[in-house]
Design a binder for this molecule. Structure first.
Ligand code: LLP
Length: 414
């Protein structure tokens, strides 16, 4: 992972030792590299520079204000999935005209907030949602700019929980029904049709499914235009995968080639919504070994981070590399389960993993944890959520402090 390397026998984030951060903020803690974030964002921006575009960072991947503000300063927009993400995007300084509001279950209140903020567009996922948005916009005396999210029915060949472009998924309007919905939308006084949206899934390691989906969507755009419905934006979603272990993932340039060859002839503004590929390999979860425990069947390394901090291994059986912060060569390798303190057998960060023997008290880094890490954290077992630290060279900022016990009960009453 670029920007997370050993220097003088210790794992660093940029020029800052992870041990220094652990000493200052304790563990568990999320640590992000500013340089990695900016590089990842710029790689997309450069890859599509030849065509009018907006890169709307998918905030669900990591919604920390410091992270989002860093990207906003680079020119990024935001794809938000809730009123809370909209609130965060605006607080972080994302320009409203670079914000897209997606998601299959927007409420009336969320629609009002987004209309008042004057965002770029809504990605609408059902006939019911379109009807409500039309009413809410009329109540406010305005028109809601809309792209319908179409479900192109392709298999993105990823984990079933994060595949969204299959016919059986809850997401989007089946492509066969899209024309009819667009015709209706074009008649609604509170709706202004501005674009088409698709997103087929996440952690994609191949571009072929994107090309298949795009071919169908390009067809739809041509049909819409032939019927007098104008399309200014084509939003192809996010989804490009990252290397967690040894996956061969397309680069933004390879991805852009496929996307641009489909989109360029249409003369539309291209919108991309990358999340994981911007932040995933820009962050780690820092944790400390509490105990080495051996039973007749297994060896466990019990650490102070748990499924409440990083749920991906438990929920998707996801692989995250684990490295020791102290670089010691020649340690024996042991097969272990790395587990947390939470009261669930499903609480693990790695299973049957070959790891160099670790000492109690030693620091470990759970790699590739910048995306869908902190944002999916919970307070299960009344565990305060970890702090988030943003590193810039040899300096760092605590962009979110560790929760306290008092934070845990704030808002409750006896
Ligand atoms: N746009 C839309 C409409 C989405 O639904 C998503 C992700 C994205 C963009 C960003 O996709 P990305 O570039 O990050 O792949 N929690 C899961 C991932 C869920 C992704 C949901 N949608 C995980 O930890 O793997």
């Amino acid at each position: 992972m670029p920007h997370f390397e050993y220097r003088n026998g210790e794992l660093h984030c940029e020029s800052t030792s992870l041990r220094t951060i652990a000493d200052a903020v304790g563990t568990p803690a999320y640590v992000y590299s500013r340089a990695a974030l900016v590089e990842n964002y710029r790689a997309y921006d450069a890859a599509v520079a030849s065509h009018p575009h907006l890169i709307a960072y998918a905030m669900k991947a990591n919604a920390n204000l410091g992270v989002v503000a860093t990207l906003a300063r680079e020119g990024a927009g935001a794809e938000v999935f809730s009123g809370g993400e909209l609130f965060r995007a605006l607080k972080a300084g994302v320009h409203p005209k670079k914000i897209l509001f997606a998601g299959p279950g927007k409420t009336r209140e969320e629609m009002r907030d987004a209309l008042k903020a004057d965002i770029l567009m809504f990605n609408v996922e059902s006939a019911g949602e379109l009807a409500l948005l039309d009413r809410v916009a009329q109540e406010l005396g305005t028109r809601a700019p809309v792209a319908l999210r179409v479900n192109p029915d392709v298999d993105p060949e990823t984990h079933p929980y994060i595949a969204t472009g299959l016919r059986s998924a809850k997401f989007g309007i089946p492509i066969a029904q899209a024309l009819g919905e667009y015709r209706k939308a074009a008649q609604l006084p509170g709706i202004e049709v501005v674009g088409v949206h698709m997103h087929i899934g996440s952690q994609l390691t191949k571009v072929a499914p994107v090309a298949d989906a795009l071919a169908r969507v390009v067809n739809l755009v041509e049909t819409l235009r032939a019927q007098g419905i104008s399309v200014r934006y084509l939003d192809v979603g996010g989804g490009l995968g990252i290397r967690y272990r040894d996956e061969d993932v397309p680069t933004p340039v390879q991805y852009a080639e496929v996307v641009l060859s489909a989109v360029r002839p249409l003369g539309v503004t291209l919108i991309l919504e990358p999340g994981r590929s911007v932040v995933g390999n820009a962050g780690i979860l820092l944790t400390r070994v509490l105990y080495n425990k051996e039973t007749p069947d297994k060896r466990f390394v019990v650490v102070d981070a748990a499924m409440n901090d990083l749920i991906r291994p438990s929920l998707y059986n996801a692989y995250h590399e684990i490295r020791s912060v102290r670089e010691v060569r020649g340690r024996p390798s042991l097969t272990v389960d790395v587990v947390g303190p939470v009261c669930e057998s499903g609480d693990f960060l790695a299973k049957d993993r070959a790891l160099p023997a670790v000492d109690e008290g030693e620091l470990l880094a759970v790699m590739s944890a910048g995306a869908y890490g902190f944002v999916m954290a919970s307070n299960y077992n009344a565990r305060p959520r970890a702090p988030e630290v943003l590193v810039d060279g040899s300096r760092y900022s605590i962009v979110r402090r560790r929760e306290s016990y008092e934070d845990l009960i704030a808002g409750e009453s006896l």
